[in-house]
Design a binder for this molecule. Structure first.
Ligand SMILES: [Zn+2]
Ligand SMILES: [Zn+2]
Length: 161
């Protein structure tokens, strides 16, 4: 199903301009201000006046396809914000992945809730990761504590000229 294939790149660039005009990119999540579906997702109409081609899709799906260049079976949010259309907060899912998909973790391994303000999203070579900010901060604290501890033990070598 390659819906956007019906449009030329030039037509899609016009749609992009319309699309991003309805998005607030000031926060960590980029929020859609346009029309919504009953389920609370953004809905965007892609159209080309020249050819009369029209299609409607969810806003985050459009953002994902335009950013990544392929059309997934479904588009998931890595963040808990249904209206977020920030491409780095989105993940394309193929049908094979969809069927063996586990529900997303709501808590980290240490029991901190993975809510928006505690969620740290990053990309590795292979995929996107959701991790816990609290645990990350704690790891950094231990790392730097160890570093300053070791440093005091290191003596500056005598400099001979
Ligand atoms: Zn987001
Ligand atoms: Zn944690």
């Amino acid at each position: 199903m390659r819906i956007l294939q019906a449009f030329t790149e030039e037509q899609l660039q016009h749609c992009d301009a319309r699309f991003w005009g309805m998005v607030d990119t000031s926060g960590d999540c980029w929020l859609w201000h346009g029309a919504r579906t009953r389920k609370g997702y953004g809905v965007f109409t892609v159209y080309a006046l020249q050819t009369g081609t029209v299609t409607t899709m969810s806003g985050h799906r459009y953002a994902f396809i335009r950013a990544n260049g392929w059309e997934p079976e479904s588009t998931d949010h890595l963040c808990p914000n249904k209206l977020c259309v920030r491409p780095t907060h989105l993940e394309g899912v193929t049908s094979a992945e969809n069927t063996r998909r586990k529900p997303r973790k709501q808590f980290c391994n240490h029991g901190h809730p993975l809510t928006l303000d505690n969620l740290y999203i990053y990309r590795s070579k292979t995929r996107m990761h959701r991790s816990c900010r609290t645990c990350r901060r704690e790891r950094n604290r231990i790392y730097w504590a160890g570093y300053s501890g070791n440093r005091s033990a290191v003596t500056t070598p005598e400099v001979t000229t």
